[in-house]
Design a protein around this ligand. Structure first.
Ligand code: SF4
Ligand code: SF4
Length: 411
């Protein structure tokens, strides 16, 4: 997508401490320059997606927190796009590769935004033997990873090899749902071409089954290993990264290019022209809407993320972050706005929950104003897949109840 006149870059884009601005109002910045850093705690630096002038250090609209601190850049459309030179990584040691990943501000693109360099440094008491690349993309509507696998399969494979070198292991499996045969083909060919005596890469076609792309489900589907409750994948010797994150790692390590643009799926019947767009981080939803020809009159709901795990938003001023996978513009026909009723104890949500939790109990305790008592039903094991709410005949907003419970209950 052409770069709009202004970008708003939210300072807290990852899990951990938000960045502190390293630039001053009215200062000039170049594309790729650091504009925010984490001085204390977990985090990664933030980079200018374009050359331009710092217009403001203020607040921007945010999908979950209403508003959040940000840096606004007025884009200099005259500036030449920055060119990055390829550099060797094959002979570089793991520590230096990890430093490049951190310096480029890489976080998990497909998930909650966990800093990637931390995920690539598993605890020494958990030996890792397998890398999984997540290309399942199991949520309806979203096709950003699908396009990446078709158009940048070799880059993803090179990213996977860099991760293998950092972890000091040989084996990588790439999981893709079998409803994407073209992506399976493209990735299988690239994996075959990229495999060597040191790197073994294979593609696994997965059953089409939501939420196949969640970490724990993916690990079990591909390796048969079950991650214990409240444990990380490293507990069973596995590290999982999204295919698009692998591509970003390749850009960071090979070209020294920071993460400041990404592919976002724009879909739903409420937008004039759906598309997968490469957009700069900080692009406002409103600018995307304008570029794609505007909204349809029967638009009922805007969702950031997928229909199962995303958040409904009420403003077109919200900017894209590094973790924005999709923006959906849903019409009345595509969404359900009917009010919910009491639980009828049908048990469907228990059957649907991939973690074996009791969503109905969590909801009842939250309604009874006792969210602090929900830990006994495994509320912290819930990864908010939305399956329970999807099947509930009483249309109970079970995920919202879970989110409320997580805010109040103690781990
Ligand atoms: S959202 Fe519902 S179905 Fe999904 S893990 Fe949480 S409780 Fe289980
Ligand atoms: S699916 Fe809905 S109605 Fe059925 S038990 Fe769960 S919360 Fe209750």
């Amino acid at each position: 997508m052409p770069v709009p006149d202004e970008l708003e870059i939210i300072l807290g884009q990852h899990i951990g401490a938000p960045c502190t601005p390293t630039v001053a109002k009215r200062g000039e910045v170049q594309e790729g320059e650091i504009i925010g850093e984490v001085t204390k705690g977990l985090g990664v630096p933030l980079h200018a997606p374009v050359a331009g002038k710092i217009k403001d250090l203020g607040m921007s609209a945010h999908p979950m927190r209403v508003s959040a601190p940000s840096i606004t850049i007025t884009v200099n459309h005259e500036a030449e796009p920055r060119h990055y030179q390829a550099q060797d990584w094959q002979t570089v040691d793991a520590k230096e590769l990890l430093a490049r990943v951190h310096a480029a501000g890489i976080i998990g693109i497909g998930g909650a935004g966990f800093p990637t360099h931390v995920k690539l440094s598993p605890p020494p008491d958990n030996p890792i033997d397998t890398l999984l690349l997540n290309g399942a993309e199991c949520e309806p509507y979203i096709t950003a990873d699908h396009r990446q696998m078709l158009e940048h399969a070799a880059d993803i494979i090179e990213g996977a090899k860099i991760i293998l070198r950092i972890l000091g292991i040989k084996n990588c499996h790439i999981g893709i749902e079998s409803n994407k045969p073209d992506a399976i083909l493209a990735m299988t060919e690239a994996a075959r071409a990229g495999s060597t005596a040191d790197y073994s890469l294979t593609v696994k076609a997965l059953q089409v089954k939501y939420p196949q792309g969640s970490e724990k489900q993916l690990i079990q589907a591909i390796t048969g290993r079950k991650v214990p409750a409240m444990a990380l994948p490293s507990a069973v010797g596995v590290v999982v990264h999204n295919v698009s994150t692998a591509s970003a790692i390749r850009d960071a390590v090979v070209f020294g290019k920071p993460l400041y643009e990404k592919v976002v799926t724009i879909a739903g019947q409420g937008i004039a022209r759906p598309a997968n767009l490469m957009v700069k981080v900080g692009t406002k939803i409103g600018d995307i809407v304008k570029y794609l020809g505007g909204l349809k009159p029967d638009l009922a709901k805007i969702v950031m993320g997928g229909p199962m795990m995303g958040f409904a938003v009420s403003s077109l001023d919200i900017p894209v972050t590094k973790t924005t996978s999709a923006v959906l513009f849903l019409t009345e026909a595509e969404t359900d706005t009917e009010p919910h009723s009491q639980c009828i104890r049908c048990g469907w949500c228990l059957e649907a929950c991939p973690m074996g939790l009791e969503p109905k109990e969590i909801a009842i305790y939250v309604e009874a104003n006792r969210p602090e008592d929900t830990a006994q039903f495994g509320v912290f094991e819930c990864f908010e897949c939305g399956s329970c709410a999807y099947v509930c005949p009483a249309k109970r907003p079970l995920v919202q109840f879970v989110r409320l419970a997580k805010m109040k209950a103690k781990r």
